[in-house]
Ligand binder design. Sequence first.
Ligand code: NAD
Length: 503
Amino acid sequence: MSVLDENIAKAGAYMAGFRASGVLNHIGGQTVAALSGDTMDTISPIDGSVLAQVAKSDAGDVDRAVAAARAAFPAWSKLPGAERRKILIKVAEAIEARAEEIAFTECMDTGQALRFMSKAAIRGAANFRYFADQAPSAEDGEVTRTPTQMNTTSRRPIGPVGVITPWNTPFMLSTWKIAPALAAGCTVVHKPAEFSPMTAKKLVEIAEEAGLPKGVLNVVNGLGETAGKRLTEHPDIKAIAFVGESRTGSMIMAQGAATLKRVHFELGGKNPVIVFDDADLDRAVDAATFMIYSLNGERCTSSSRLLVQASIYDDFTARVAEVAKRIKVGHPLDPETVVGPLIHPVHEAKVLSYFDKARTEGATIAAGGAKIGEAGCFVAPTLFTGATNDMAIAQEEIFGPVLTAIPFQDEAEALALANDVEYGLAAYLWTNDLNRAMRMTDTLEAGMMWVNSENIRHLPTPFGGVKASGIGRDGGDWSFDFYMETINVSFPRAPHNIPKLGG
Ligand code: NAD
């Protein structure tokens, strides 16, 4: 039996539970169907087969979940941070113990390759550990004094919060939002993406088995325009942490306006990787190809625009094309696979539409540019060359293993091209000239920049975008600032003159 066959057999066992009982909601510690009894399919991107029936919830289901989160809030928020820490560390341990199950489920539901998903489960556990460790000090503030007043600042959990997540790497992304919310003392209603709901259900089950009190984390499945919308409008939900497309972020901001919702948005990107001719080109080729062709290119921080100095453009893009052509596309559970099937036929159709756009716009398809096979959502790793920055393939987020290469003459042109998009999530810069790196990073419009490096996440650092790529930052203490209210209390240090009115 090959490793792939073994993995498929294991995944079949993991899927059997979902097939039998469906992906139901999890509210107040109970697994429940949608009140209407409605369901929707979640399908395998490998062959289009139905993996399970998913609860198709509407406003009434969201209201139940919010009521459960509200009921659980007083006890959870008052639990000492050190106690919350203990529980959340147990959750991290339980995730690690079930990392294989999570990874296999994620591969089947999303099409992401196992070589990346096995790490995603471990990263999810790391998120829980990191934020758990900060729970004991999350309330802490500072004391500031004047001759007459002593001001004490502290933080309180904001209340029940909504977390709305997208379909790419859903487990890791959800933990990134949910772990700091729980560590801060908030309770959560999570609305996972309709294309990939499975691991959200696993997370809440694992968390409760590890000791998370019932009602602290609740999961409601359903469509964005119904279940998601109600969550953003619910008056008892104090904040919405959202990861997804920029236009959905705009809708959520409008939907939450009536209840003055606090929002945190991690949105789309069209991130440049800028390569100067003085760079270590071997490493730059590896990093540029890794950041677009790993995770199926369905990654907000993917380096989807390759800006290369004209003097090395032909040689560099030829090397990238060679790598793209050699990449193994295949079953996500095959340990050799780099690119698996895209999440869903709807998304695949979007990605494929850019191959026609590229041809119409006059770009060259230097690698890929086609669907692979008949069954499933397999798309060849693709490189467009000869592109200009005004083309749709240079401006729009394609969200697949698709890279658009554009030449530049000098630093000024590189900067102009890099910044001439609506997005501003990440930028990658390759040069051995330190002064140039300083100048460029001062002016690039991106929330995160990596110099001579691919995206290496360090949890204490801020993660987030500028322009249409987001509002707010995750990581470090920034996460706690979002999920908590900062309160100031002032005490008199000495009698002071209080003006008498009306005397
Ligand atoms: P999406 O915006 O279509 O959906 C995301 C979530 O929002 C889903 O759960 C969906 O049901 C829900 N939703 C949709 N309409 C809603 C509404 N009106 N009200 C409330 N909720 C609603 O995004 P997607 O296609 O699932 O994910 C891909 C996008 O996510 C890409 O743009 C990608 O760049 C972005 N993303 C960003 C980051 C980041 O950190 N910046 C990380 C991952 C993904």
